[in-house]
Structure formats: C-alpha cells, structure tokens
Design a binder for this molecule. Structure first.
Ligand code: SAM
Length: 179
C-alpha cells in the first residue's frame, strides 16, 4: 500500500488525531527543514505521519545529527520505520511525553505538524512542554492551515515568523518560533 493511501485510511479512522486527509507536500517539508542548522545535534519531529517531513529533515541532516520522531498512530510508525536510516528513532508515543526520551538534553529544533488547531487544553500543555525543553537558541517550527490559529505562538515565544506555502493542500503557513 502506498504511504498516501495508508495516510488516507488512517485519517478515516482517527480524524480527531490527524486533522487532515492528505499528507503535507514536499514543499512544506522543505520549508520546515530549512530551519535546520549544523550546530543542532538533536532534532525532534512531533507527528511524523507517513514521513513527508521526516524525509526532508533527513535529506538536510548531516551524519552526526539524530532525529527523534514521535507518532501516536501505530500504523504510521510502521511506515516511518520501514523507510529510513539509523539517524532516525521512531517513537510510538504521545508527543507530550517527549521529555522522558531526551535524558535531559534540549533539542535545537522541534518541528511539528500536530493538529494544534483542533486541540483545546492539550495544545497549551504541548506548547508549554516544547518551550521548556527547547534549547536556549532553539527553534520550534509548526505547520498551520489558518493564519488566525498562529497568534497563540506569540504567547509562548519571544519572536515568531510566518511563511506561506502555496503548494500544499490546503495552502499552509509555517511558523518559526524562537525561544
Ligand atoms: C496533520 S498530520 C501530519 C502528518 C505528517 N507529518 C505530514 O505532514 O503529512 C498530524 C500527525 O500527528 C499525529 N499525532 C496527533 N496527535 C499526536 C500526539 N499527541 N502525539 C504524537 N503524534 C500525534 C497524527 O497521528 C498524525 O500522523
């Protein structure tokens, strides 16, 4: 089964966790991965899905960097594990548990496609956890579909940049938030 069909099937069963019916485009992945810098040792992805963003992050990473990818859906984890190399660790757990996998380390980059817009209190717990665990000069990068959903990042981060990605269904915004 192709990863696109796996994604769509997963969506039908878990729409409340996934928040969309098609995976992100590679253009979104590239825009998010542009935030990667060689000084960042550990990179975290929250909501790996079937790996579109994961792939772009791995393409840009050097051999000394590692990627921890959190994905709550077991079937999506199988697709993630099938496809990628030793720099990638796929973790089938809720993103909120990220700190317990880091052994005190603070990642330089946290990239997320979690459907924050459809979450209520959970979204605030996640943003607090991300803010507390990001390294001092770290960046948090989040995908959003609507501009008004992005205002929340200014409550948590010192500086926020918004970039539009037209080549995605639907067109999206990538927010880069600085700690
Ligand atoms: C909008 S989809 C994006 C998937 C993929 N990164 C992409 O861009 O195509 C969001 C993903 O987050 C996962 N997810 C939702 N809530 C989660 C949570 N609390 N912890 C970990 N993964 C979660 C869903 O299962 C889904 O795969």
């Amino acid at each position: 089964m192709s990863s696109g069909i796996r994604f769509f099937t997963g969506c039908l069963m878990h729409m409340n966790e996934i928040g969309t019916i098609v995976p992100s485009s590679k253009y979104v992945g590239r825009k998010m991965a542009k935030n990667l810098e060689s000084r960042m040792e550990t990179i975290v992805e929250l909501g790996g899905g079937t790996g579109v963003i994961t792939k772009e992050l791995l393409n840009k990473m050097n051999s000394n960097q590692r990627l921890l990818c959190f994905e709550i859906n077991k079937e999506f984890c199988k697709t993630l594990i099938e496809n990628w190399d030793g720099r990638l660790e796929v973790i089938n757990d809720d993103a909120i548990n990220m700190p317990s996998y880091l052994n005190g380390e603070r990642p330089g980059l946290i990239v997320s496609t979690l459907p924050l817009a459809i979450m209520t209190n959970q979204k605030h717990n996640l943003l607090r956890m991300i803010k507390e665990n990001l390294s001092e000069r770290g960046k948090f990068v989040q995908l959003q579909y609507f501009r008004f959903d992005g205002k929340i990042y200014c409550d948590y981060f010192s500086h926020v940049l918004r970039r539009r990605v037209l080549f995605n269904l639907p067109p999206a915004f990538v927010y880069t938030c600085y700690n």
